[in-house]
Design a binder for this molecule. Structure first.
Ligand code: OTU
Length: 650
């Protein structure tokens, strides 16, 4: 949009820019800046307009964008142009992701490059390398307490190694996802150290207070994120003699975005990693970006404005790079991280579908789809140019972030039902085969989350111990069932590194004092390559899981209706054990797939006529894509075996 005031400011800024920026031929930079400047200026003014140094800050922001553009390598600029042209490229069904720790999956970044054939064998072409930046070894929060935002941790390799990884991935037509931890730094970060030494400039980078007066007011309305390991939201810093806001662990200092210098620093860091070759950046804990007294300090309007600014700025310098919002918040809030009142994502193009993840786990425990079907139906509509990151497990705990209203409509009491789920997955509930641990139990509120690997949570660990073949079978089926949903739902499926070979919980973390207190390490163990090699041995558990997933992934990639173009319809069937939805081709409504998933350990039937109103005239020739055969039909009904699914095509 062209608007006089912002355009004249842009002209002023262009005159003031350092000569080396003005002189270079930056055609694409300037057209993009022109296109986005009105938005950038308006947002920046909305947040920082009252400040006396507003204009200087604007100059510094534009300078940052230009300097990073000048540094952007030709092949990345070329990819920006190609992606601008084919702007829906990431909605394709061709992408299948995996999240992994480079030191646990391989030894380090170099080692990871050697392990890429394993990922390609499975069909993975998007790799989220969990945080790799320099962290204090004792207090790293798994890489989320960063000491130096521009340096790869020596334990994993060097900055050159990540660039080499990026180009190897590119050659293999794979995407690289890296983290930018935008909400906080380690207390050993240079900014924190200098704040400690009394530098006012850096104290203004954080929320720092002389006494408990203001912190106490904040505490009235802020929930606790890690109530056991890091109760409260403030930490006393002995050296500085002041209180610091630390929402997560006490060594993670929250950055203060009321200060524009912080925003500019973080945009600079985002662009730094875009220039190192990341295709997608995962922005950690974005719901927490803005703190305001009297609020929960999550999902605040300004947090969204900050993200819009980050996106607009990234579009000027590195428009081919996408953002993933990691906002594990209430279902109704998550979709807002795409940006509201828009068609194209104006904050993050991709968001973790934490709502679907939690609902899937509900269906596993209850063995029905009462809440799952309701929750899927009420999932907020996403924007056209935006997509979900669908996952079953990740490196974090499972939070039971359902919409309470949906829980009630499914005839459960929200508090009792969550208690049941925690009991179920921690194996306390009678006959539960699950082996998880409670995480973040809060005695004051009764809240709890769940840690544990996928395989252990669905009962594979206990079944292998007892040698019960039927129970092993059920656990494997459940693993495949859950993946059948994330692979067909619409969005980018993100597998977790041990899950394709059924890795169990591991207690190795208990031997490490730096990890012992955080049971999320239960499901972050070293990848077991000897177990992985059993994937080629017919009949082993590893083989059964890996081969079935590999096949599903291949089928997904060759089935265009699985691309995410708002082409999913939930079909109500009169059977609360099933989740049924259709995927259709936006261009050709006759090309479609019917997904039927049975979460019950008993076989279920669906009368054919219940699907007819939706245009499905099931006939003997309906093909189950995964088996390649037509489905059995008796008495005008189809039967879905226990804990199984169909992907049906005409
Ligand atoms: C994220 O987590 C990371 O994924 C965690 O590994 C980090 O510990 C944390 O940030 C701090 O950097 O912020 O918006 O239930 O889901 O902490 C959600 C806890 C987050 C996590 C939550 C999450």
């Amino acid at each position: 949009m062209y608007e006089q005031a912002s355009h004249s400011l842009l002209n002023e800024i262009l005159v003031q820019l350092k000569p080396e920026i003005g002189n270079l031929r930056l055609r694409h930079f300037y057209t993009r800046l022109g296109a986005n400047f009105y938005a950038i200026h308006s947002l920046f003014r909305l947040i920082y307009g009252e400040r006396a140094d507003f204009k200087e800050q604007m100059v510094s922001l534009v300078e940052t964008l230009a300097l990073r553009y000048m540094e952007r390598a030709p092949h990345l600029r070329k990819s920006d142009l190609a992606r601008e042209k084919n702007y829906n490229w990431f909605l394709s069904q061709k992408w299948v992701g995996m999240a992994l720790y480079c030191d646990r999956f391989a030894d380090d970044l170099k080692g990871l490059r050697e392990k890429l054939p394993y990922l390609q064998e499975l069909g993975i072409n998007l790799v989220h390398v969990m945080p790799i930046l320099d962290c204090p070894p004792e207090h790293s929060d798994g890489g989320y307490a960063v000491r130096d935002f521009c340096k790869v941790d020596a334990r994993f390799g060097s900055n050159e190694d990540i660039e080499a990884l990026a180009s190897t991935l590119k050659r293999r037509d794979m995407l690289l996802v890296l983290d930018v931890v935008v909400n906080h730094t380690s207390n050993e970060h240079e900014w924190a150290q200098r704040a400690r030494q009394g530098e006012k400039k850096y104290q203004d980078y954080y929320y720092i207070f002389d006494n408990r007066e203001i912190p106490n007011i904040y505490e009235e309305s802020m929930p606790e994120i890690f109530p056991n390991n890091a109760p409260g939201n403030f930490t006393w810093d002995e050296e500085m003699g002041k209180w610091v806001m630390t929402v997560f662990n006490n060594y993670q200092w929250d950055l203060n975005y009321h200060n524009p210098a912080v925003l500019i620093e973080m945009i600079d860091i985002i662009l730094f990693w875009a220039n190192k070759g990341a295709d997608i950046l995962r922005l950690d804990a974005v719901a927490f970006l803005w703190k305001k007294m009297g609020s929960q300090c999550q999902n605040e309007r300004e947090a969204h404005l900050i993200l819009q600014l980050m996106k607009d700025c990234c579009q000027v310098t590195a428009p081919g790079v996408l953002f993933i919002a990691e906002a594990i918040v209430a279902p109704g809030e998550i979709a807002k991280y795409f940006g509201e009142d828009a068609i194209n994502a104006k904050e993050c193009e991709i968001a973790y579908n934490a709502a679907l993840m939690a609902l899937l786990w509900d269906a596993v425990a209850t063995k029905n789809t009462n809440l799952l079907s309701r929750g899927v139906k009420n999932l907020p509509v996403k924007l056209e140019r935006a997509t979900w990151l669908n996952y079953v497990r990740c490196h974090d705990d499972i939070g039971l972030g359902f919409d309470d209203n949906d829980v009630r409509l499914a005839s459960y009491d929200p508090v009792l039902h969550r208690r049941f789920l925690v009991d179920y997955f921690t194996g306390k509930f009678p006959d539960s085969p699950a082996r998880g641990l409670p995480f973040g139990e809060n005695l004051k509120t009764g809240d709890a989350r769940i840690s544990g690997s996928l395989a252990s949570l669905v009962g594979l660990e206990s079944a292998l111990e007892s040698g019960d073949a039927a129970a092993i079978d059920n656990a494997i089926k459940t693993i495949l069932l859950l993946h059948s949903i994330i692979l067909s739902f619409g969005g980018i499926p993100l597998l977790y590194y041990g899950d394709a070979i059924g890795m169990l919980n591991s207690l190795e973390y208990l031997a490490d004092p730096a990890k012992r207190e955080d049971n999320r390490w239960l499901h972050r163990s070293h990848f077991d390559w000897s177990k992985a090699s059993k994937r080629h041995q017919t009949g082993t558990v590893e083989n059964r899981i890996f081969c079935a997933l590999k096949k599903m992934i291949a089928l997904r990639k060759e089935t265009p209706v699985f691309a995410d173009f708002d082409n999913r319809q939930l079909l109500p069937v009169d059977n609360a054990n099933l989740l049924v939805f259709s995927r259709t081709d936006a261009q050709n409504s006759r090309s479609r797939v019917l997904v039927i998933a049975n979460f019950n350990p008993e076989a279920q039937t669906v009368p054919v006529d219940t699907l007819q109103p939706f245009g499905f005239f099931l006939k003997e020739s309906m093909k189950n894509l995964c088996s390649g055969t037509s489905i059995p039909m008796e008495n005008n009904a189809i039967t879905i075996p226990p804990l199984s699914f169909y992907w049906l095509a005409d």
